[in-house]
Write a protein of this length. Sequence first.
Length: 218
Amino acid sequence: MRNIIFIAPPAAGKGTISEKLMDKYGYKHISTGDILRDMASRDDEFGHSLKGMLASGKLVPDEIVYEALKRRLLMNDLESGFILDGFPRNLNQAREYDKILDEVGKKLGVVIYLDTPKDILEKRIVGRRICSSCGATYNILTGINTPKKDGICDKCGSQLYQRDDDNSESFKTRYETFINQTYPLIDFYKKRNVLYNIDSINPDDTMRKVEEIINDND
Ligand code: ADP
């Protein structure tokens, strides 16, 4: 099984597709955003400053991310492949990732760009709700994945919450950061012949196309 890197603007559907791939193929999902949010929940000075950085929508300093990612890649549960979500986010990180892969003895795999129009992304962000217990995601604005009961997870019955950075203002910063810093990775990976492009509007179509890529590369 090839490892997968998703390159995508905020709310392009990485999380949803990752959940489906985990269920169906046993991939592990490595989200640097989730790892950082977990670190930011610590009640100490480091946790507090990280929480502030995340809420602003700006990128966290590279060194913090590298250390956290290396620790995760060294755990021995990744034989069935892993999905890297949220990393690399700029060219420096992409170059460093090659070194990290060498260090931990893992392969790059395939890189998938999920292309979604900006207006759809904003609705997905502002309407996104996440289960506080199982992490399932919903949306109250797009009509796709609306929770059956207001504020409650369909799957496990726990409370839904809204991320601190899921608002219009933070979306603008995150989208601009994506265009300026992350978008150049598409060219970087295209030159290495590992890049696949998907128009990601409907989650089922996107999943079908991702599965085609996985099967073609098996
Ligand atoms: P989204 O892709 O929806 O913006 P993520 O969960 O991937 O959300 O990331 C949330 C925040 O975590 C980012 O805005 C950034 O502050 C931080 N972050 C995540 N991954 C990285 C990374 N590779 N480098 C720097 N900061 C990161």
